[in-house]
Design a protein around this ligand. Structure first.
Ligand code: ZN
Length: 285
């Protein structure tokens, strides 16, 4: 692991350092101490980037003599001990966490990218890593919601029907929904391509899904209502936990959740069902 050796002014010593530790550090060299990360913390950071350097896509492990070896270091996004010139360059930037040693301010990088990132540190590179890590933090929150949100098993049955049925579309499908709904409920953050995909999904599959839900309800009454409520609840949780997700990110997050909950089924089928629930007003106001 790389240890930053530059000296910071006493004001840079984090507030959360205990009294004795603070004295010890001050006597030593006035710099912020690099916390020793636990193996579990390293595992969290390694998993967060999928074992691949997020800047150059290099594998973060290499094999030698039949053993796996680390090809990564844990980088501080905001420097642990900023040099005077870095304090100037980064004076107005947003921080991911007030505690410089917090996992929010750390990222696994390959050795080469870490060295390049630190020398010299530029505002543009800092902002690139800030954005990258912000996305990873939001994704982690999204994943946390998966274990607390349930979906009725019948949704898998519906996905299977979408995947295996050879559809013949008619004008009746096109006329059976109100295309104004999608336009009224979406804004510029959905992106043109995603909005078009949602419109096409609703146009082609809305009647079929309505029909399938009515069939399921005949055998297991209130299934549709239960699923609709579960979807609305998950949407509201996403909005609460990750309020700065835009509509495109919410759509993708709902699709990811569907895919995971239905045992990694077809992404296209999950997009069709999320589109249905946008039209049906469970997703987006
Ligand atoms: Zn790299």
């Amino acid at each position: 692991m790389k240890i930053c050796a530059s000296i910071a002014p006493p004001s840079q010593i984090p507030e959360n350092v205990s009294g004795n530790a603070k004295n010890k550090v001050t006597i030593k060299n006035l710099s912020n101490p690099r916390r020793k990360f636990t193996e579990n913390e390293k595992l969290v950071l390694y998993s967060e980037v999928g074992g691949v350097c997020p800047l150059c896509s290099n594998d973060l492990m290499y094999e030698k003599s039949k053993t796996k070896n680390k090809n990564f270091e844990i980088a501080h996004i905001y420097p642990l001990n900023p040099k005077p010139e870095e304090l100037i360059v980064l004076k107005d930037v947003k921080r991911l966490n007030s505690d410089i040693n917090h996992l929010d301010n750390l990222l696994c990088l390959c050795n080469g990218c870490h060295t390049k990132f630190d020398n010299p540190r530029t505002k543009e590179e800092y902002e690139e890593l800030f954005t990258l890590k912000s996305g990873l933090i939001k994704l982690a929150k999204e994943k946390k919601l998966w274990s607390n949100s349930t979906l009725e098993n019948e949704i898998s049955e519906l996905i299977n029907c979408l995947v295996t049925t050879d559809f013949v579309f008619t004008n009746g499908d096109i006329l059976s929904y109100n295309p104004k709904t999608i336009t009224e409920k979406t804004n510029a953050t959905i992106t043109v391509l995603t909005k078009r995909k949602i419109e096409r999904n609703v146009q082609d599959y809305f009647s079929f899904i309505n029909f399938k839900f009515s069939e399921i309800d005949k055998i297991k009454p209130t299934t549709t209502e239960t699923i609709s409520t579960q979807i609305k609840l998950h949407y509201l949780k996403l909005k609460k936990e990750i309020p700065d997700y835009n509509q495109k990110e919410v759509f993708d997050a709902m699709v990811n959740w569907f895919q995971i909950t239905s045992q990694n089924s077809s992404k296209e089928a999950c997009e069709i069902i999320v589109s249905y629930f946008i039209q049906n007003c469970e997703v987006f106001e």
